[in-house]
Design a protein around this ligand. Sequence first.
Ligand SMILES: *[C@@H]1O[C@H](CO)[C@@H](O)[C@H](O)[C@H]1NC(C)=O
Ligand SMILES: *[C@@H]1O[C@H](CO)[C@@H](O)[C@H](O)[C@H]1NC(C)=O
Ligand SMILES: *[C@@H]1O[C@H](CO)[C@@H](O)[C@H](O)[C@H]1NC(C)=O
Ligand SMILES: *[C@@H]1O[C@H](CO)[C@@H](O)[C@H](O)[C@H]1NC(C)=O
Ligand SMILES: *[C@@H]1O[C@H](CO)[C@@H](O)[C@H](O)[C@H]1NC(C)=O
Ligand SMILES: *[C@@H]1O[C@H](CO)[C@@H](O)[C@H](O)[C@H]1NC(C)=O
Ligand SMILES: *[C@@H]1O[C@H](CO)[C@@H](O)[C@H](O)[C@H]1NC(C)=O
Ligand SMILES: *[C@@H]1O[C@H](CO)[C@@H](O)[C@H](O)[C@H]1NC(C)=O
Ligand SMILES: CC(=O)N[C@H]1CO[C@H](CO)[C@@H](O)[C@@H]1O
Length: 883
Amino acid sequence: MAFLGSYRHWIFLTLWLRLVSYVFATNVDPAVLDACPGYNAQNVKMEGGTLTADLTLADEACNVFGEDLTTLSLRDRIHLKIVDPNSSRYEIPESVLPRPSNQAVSPDSASIQFNFTTSPFTFSIYRSSSQEILFSTASHPIIFEPQYLRVKTNLPDNANIYGFGEHTNPFHLSTANTTLTLWSRDSPGIPAGRNLYGNHPVYFEHRTTGTHGVFFLNSNGMDIKLSNTGGTSLEYNAIGGVMDFYFLSGSESDPAAVARQYAEVVGLPAEVAYWTFGLHQCRFGYKDFVDVAGVVSKYAAAGIPLETMWTDIDYMDRRRIFTVDPQYFPMNRMREIVDHLHSNDQRYIVMTDPAVAFLPDDPSYLSYHRGKDLNVYLKAENGSDFIAIVWPGVTVYPDWFSPNVTEYWNNEFREFYDPETGLDIDGAWIDMNEPSNFCNLPCDDPFQQARDANLPPPRSSQPPDPNAPIFQNDSRPQLRKRDDILDPPYAIDNDAGALSSRTAMTNATHANGLQEYDTHNLYGSMMSIATRTAMLARRPGKRTLVITRSTFAGVGAHVGKWLGDNLSRWDQYRFSIAGMLNFATIFQVPMVGSDICGFNEDTSETLCARWAMLGAFYPFMRNHNADNAKSQEYYIWPLVTQAAKNAIDIRYRLMDYFYTAFHQAHTDGTPVLHPLWFKYPKDANTFSLDLQFFFGDSILVSPVTEEGSTSVDIYLPDDIFYNFTSLAPIEGTGSTVSLSNVDFTTIPVHIKGGVVLPLRVESAMTTTELRTKDFEFVVATGQDGTASGSLYIDDGESIEPSQMTTVDMSFKEGKLDVKGTFDFPTGVNVARVRFLNVENAPSAVKVNGEEVDSSRFEHDATNKVLDVSVGVSFDKDLSVEFS
Ligand SMILES: *[C@@H]1O[C@H](CO)[C@@H](O)[C@H](O)[C@H]1NC(C)=O
Ligand SMILES: *[C@@H]1O[C@H](CO)[C@@H](O)[C@H](O)[C@H]1NC(C)=O
Ligand SMILES: *[C@@H]1O[C@H](CO)[C@@H](O)[C@H](O)[C@H]1NC(C)=O
Ligand SMILES: *[C@@H]1O[C@H](CO)[C@@H](O)[C@H](O)[C@H]1NC(C)=O
Ligand SMILES: *[C@@H]1O[C@H](CO)[C@@H](O)[C@H](O)[C@H]1NC(C)=O
Ligand SMILES: *[C@@H]1O[C@H](CO)[C@@H](O)[C@H](O)[C@H]1NC(C)=O
Ligand SMILES: *[C@@H]1O[C@H](CO)[C@@H](O)[C@H](O)[C@H]1NC(C)=O
Ligand SMILES: *[C@@H]1O[C@H](CO)[C@@H](O)[C@H](O)[C@H]1NC(C)=O
Ligand SMILES: CC(=O)N[C@H]1CO[C@H](CO)[C@@H](O)[C@@H]1O
């Protein structure tokens, strides 16, 4: 029998299982899995938009990784559940990821539909308009076992699949034998294609007929497999949790629609303050407060706008969080640095790790004792605090499920980062939150291992390389088979080996009884939420910046992310674009960036120059370096200084354009960066491009990508583009264009026709100063001769600003109209308007309907630019026209 359900954007299915005793086998052969019997659906009932059914095992259980559950019941509306009426299985708590409310709509308006067969139970999702199947489990039985879940769908040949992270694969995933493992891992210097810090079980599939998305809401370890063997397919193999899918219909014409729908499910991204788009400088290995202050001074001397200075764990006393080293980073001198920064409209951020030094016998380390008194630490199975090893040596981890943890974390932030007595930071940086653990399994004597590893290291010796002994231990110890939580029958492809390797043991237990086996992938996200809460408590009503390493789906509603400990290499410079597109475009974590010039290893002058320019188009722009690498601040080489200045100049002039894009993302989930296919969804040449991207809707960034090269082949779709520097038009023809003589201080940037860009007329040394600069509008017409744009301005930092200026710009038939509400007083003028692609000098120009003197406009015939000097206060509607 077939049932046609109807849902506007998404269908939600959850499967509940009865846990039974285990029977192990370890056969992963797809043929064996496909021969499993699956389930039959019985007692199918449809009631008020809710479908319920019982699923019974169709034949003998195949027990590949445990025993198949014999009776499952299935309920559906938007919500499809397989339930064991007698016991529940782990599901991601709502406190970590709140679920959206389900809204059924009438079948007629549904853009995707649900269909299934009862015997055996299979289901498919198809697009209503075209009847195209988007997801189908036909011929791949669903497998449910206590510690193994499998769902597999057929895909079209050469399917265009994007997403599933965090990983270093190309943006356009290969469907030929790709495994994507999701299990948070501290992953320095790892090769491409391995599991990294974050977990985002979502993908978008693009076809010329439309783009849809699928979100598997599950935090357990899993392998997602793409294969071309016997037809293209996508297979989820998860070691726990429930089957909980959101199918996102997307749109037939606008790929960004699916991104907005995903934001409806996991939450809209948090808005960040205006200043956070300024330049950030960081490194591991700043030796003392003199060193830190020196970097700030040298940036100023080089004339490079430095917005925010950062300090890594170096500032801590023996690497204990919430302390400063009394000799190297004494509080009074650190406060002097922060005061100096603040008085120059600059900012300061330091790192906070989750692990708290385990010091029961040292009464002076209050942060440990306060946490102990509040009982906030993650527990071992026997109820004592779980012991790990991180930078300070032996540590405990905050349990983000503990009822007292908010009180604890808020208080530690309030005390240590007190504006009157402590470090008055402007944002927070959280790291090591996979959680990372340096203790090698079986970790039966962490105290000895910490001594052996010489943690924390003394200042007099070289600080440890993150890859030093304890990190380089590649042996993969076998855990005892009998314990399924430590060593489940299906082994995901974790690059660190055993699940507990270099992290909290999977049998560590939270205050609410949940175990790390299920919640491991949430640790970084939960720390993110707690840290944001603590930061907001310090400065109520003001947006903050929290940058995390480990993430889970939905984290973008709270924090931003940097792409982790990369290497100063050309391939990682290139990969950074795909990594950033994944987070900004698919995962809804738009405040993202890679360590500019590279973290580990020595960078080179030309790599750093190219990276400084590419990095000016990362939403989060931070130069960061390892303690054992050569210095790479932008002022070190004149070439890099010039490259950085040139690109930052473009970024700063575009700051309000990008701030507007970010506000839009916060409002409706429209991505702040777009791969080319988002804008040209019918142009198959764009589907695999991941070395060019759009910064906001209309700025095409096409960096030089090869070492030592001064040329680059870029793709220009069939559209009008404009050189950002000369403003001259360039006809794209849907072909590759070779750019040569692109020197090491230049990055090719084009404006996509059809936009009115709001630019600041010039850059500035801080974002505060930038906000005092006048605006100009650049009217870049599209193929139809029109252009439009928008501009959002507020005070740049309030969570709920009381005054907002919201302006729409539109141009057609020679007339630019700028209209809106001007509640926020910008205090600046519109200095000029530049109309692009204007063939001939006009005979007359009018500003607000009044003809202006010919000395106020100028036509550049070479670049076809008409430049009109305006000079009116930017606090009311404006029109500028020419004829
Ligand atoms: C649930 O428990 C009841 C009573 O204990 C039992 O009769 C029933 O068979 C169980 N159901 C399943 C699916 O195991
Ligand atoms: C639904 O599934 C049934 C059984 O496979 C099939 O006959 C029918 O064509 C499907 N309907 C749609 C609209 O795909
Ligand atoms: C798929 O890749 C894995 C890992 O690289 C390899 O072991 C396996 O042989 C490959 N399978 C096929 C069918 O190519
Ligand atoms: C929370 O902290 C208080 C001490 O302030 C303690 O008495 C209480 O047991 C703690 N709660 C939990 C769940 O540990
Ligand atoms: C986890 O289980 C193992 C084996 O039962 C035990 O030795 C170990 O102490 C447990 N670890 C924790 C953190 O509970
Ligand atoms: C609990 O287990 C840990 C090892 O996982 C051990 O170090 C600790 O002493 C045990 N605590 C108690 C109270 O037995
Ligand atoms: C690596 O880990 C194994 C297992 O814990 C241990 O026996 C070995 O000594 C370690 N090697 C190094 C170099 O730390
Ligand atoms: C853009 O214009 C500038 C200034 O005329 C020129 O140097 C540069 O080569 C042009 N870039 C491209 C990509 O055409
Ligand atoms: C080794 C490592 O972590 N590399 C990262 C470097 O940065 C890129 C993107 O910037 C990431 O994708 C890599 O994972």
